[in-house]
Write a protein that binds this ligand. Structure first.
Ligand SMILES: C=C1C[C@]23C[C@@]1(O)CC[C@H]2[C@@]12CCC[C@@](C)(C(=O)O1)[C@H]2[C@@H]3C(=O)O
Ligand SMILES: O=C(O)CCC(=O)C(=O)O
Ligand SMILES: [Fe+2]
Length: 357
């Protein structure tokens, strides 16, 4: 039996200090343990060049040229925003409503559904927290499979309604992710024929996913705090819904940090590490982070999408020059998540084939 996402960290406990996390909404000063400097994160204070003013592309999926625009965005930014994506507005409002209600619950109630050190789902701090000396100004809730058990602990009365929203949201995101993957691959001249594991399976039985709900409370000193530290996602693609408070920033070597402005009804798409591997390095897995705000709290919902655990992802052969070896060795999603859980931002280079000469 392949490892399911739920089991991926079973033999890999990660020390996560949720139980010692104060209620961030009650703090009027930024404690030292939450104060970031460039010593805690070398990218913390990099300044943009004086002429920077660019932003990630906003792509209309109804545009006949969408595949090319997406391909270009994946190569230059590793991220883009989409409109006319087909996900009903009521569903976006529904998931935002659920997320807001979840994080408004008293801390003691949220901790009833705390994620354990070897678990995958539940309430807690970001997994990557263990790689940083300072704490992040955020709380999260991870879902994979049915959230029924956790939601029953959070909402003894209303859990079924909330499960329904998650199910509908995941169904829509699943369809959209697959559409986006094929559009971006089309731009590289890659079709279903070229990828054995994804060929002809319209019921998505080769894919699996997780949902990450994030909350960034109002912060007394946002310039010195960090909502979610810089990272790349370990996914093929991530589709992110953000409420109308800015905070997400993507990194470009030539432009530094660029804020992704919230556009009502739109969704942000990030290329993850697995898509970078699949595209033989042509698509960038984008470094991104979340900053926080002094007057407005922020919510985001990340749909993390990847292949089933028995599928090995390797560069599409069509994208590898005949005189070169593929840039990466093959890897399963669960195998990669474990490497990432131990080596964090060194994970990609650990599976890279180093070229001779
Ligand atoms: C499938 C996963 C990707 C993720 C780790 C996880 O097991 C579930 C949560 C995901 C998330 C969301 C916030 C940022 C991130 C780096 C983290 O700490 O947890 C990502 C992980 C990832 O993409 O590597
Ligand atoms: O909140 C955000 O904008 C970013 C969230 C994120 O990067 C994630 O959940 O992986
Ligand atoms: Fe992310």
């Amino acid at each position: 039996m392949p490892t399911m996402l739920t089991d991926v960290f079973r033999g890999h406990p990660i020390h996560l200090p949720h139980f010692h996390q104060p209620d961030l909404t009650s703090l009027s000063n930024l404690p030292d343990s939450y104060t970031w400097t460039s010593q805690d994160d070398p990218l913390f204070t990099v300044a943009p060049p004086p002429t920077a003013g660019e932003n990630i592309p906003l792509i209309d999926l109804n545009n006949p040229d969408a595949a090319n625009q997406i391909g270009r965005a994946c190569r230059t930014w590793g991220a883009f925003q989409i409109v006319n994506h087909g996900v009903p507005l009521e569903l976006l409002q529904g998931i935002e409503f659920l997320t807001g209600n979840l994080f408004r619950l008293p801390v003691q109630r949220k901790l009833k559904a705390a994620r354990s050190e070897t678990g995958f789902s539940g309430y807690g701090v970001a997994r990557i927290s263990s790689f940083f000396n300072k704490k992040m100004w955020s709380e999260g809730f991870t879902i994979t499979g049915s959230p029924l058990n956790d939601f029953r602990k959070l909402w003894p009365q209303l859990h079924l309604d909330y499960c329904d929203i998650v199910e509908q949201y995941e169904e829509q995101m699943q369809k959209l992710s697959s559409k986006l993957m094929w559009l971006s691959l089309k731009s590289l001249g890659v079709s279903e024929e070229d990828i054995k594991w994804a060929r002809g399976s319209s019921d998505f039985n080769w894919a699996q996913s997780a949902l990450q709900l994030n909350h960034y409370p109002v912060c007394p000193e946002p310039d010195r705090a960090m909502g979610l530290a810089p990272h790349t996602d370990s996914t093929l693609l991530t589709i992110l819904y953000q409420n109308n408070t800015a905070g997400l920033q993507v990194f470009r070597d030539d432009l530094s940090w660029v804020t992704v402005p919230p556009v009502p009804g739109s969704l942000v798409v990030n290329v993850g590490d697995l898509f970078h591997i699949l595209s033989n390095g042509l698509f960038k897995s984008v470094i991104h982070r979340a900053r926080v705000n002094q007057t407005r709290s922020r919510l985001s919902v990340a749909f993390l999408w990847g292949p089933q655990s028995d599928i090995k992802i390797s560069p599409v052969l069509k994208l590898v020059r005949p005189d070169e070896s593929p840039l990466y060795r093959s890897v399963t999603w669960t195998g990669y998540l474990r490497t990432k859980a131990t080596h964090f931002n060194k994970a990609l280079s650990m599976i890279r084939n180093h070229r001779q000469g």
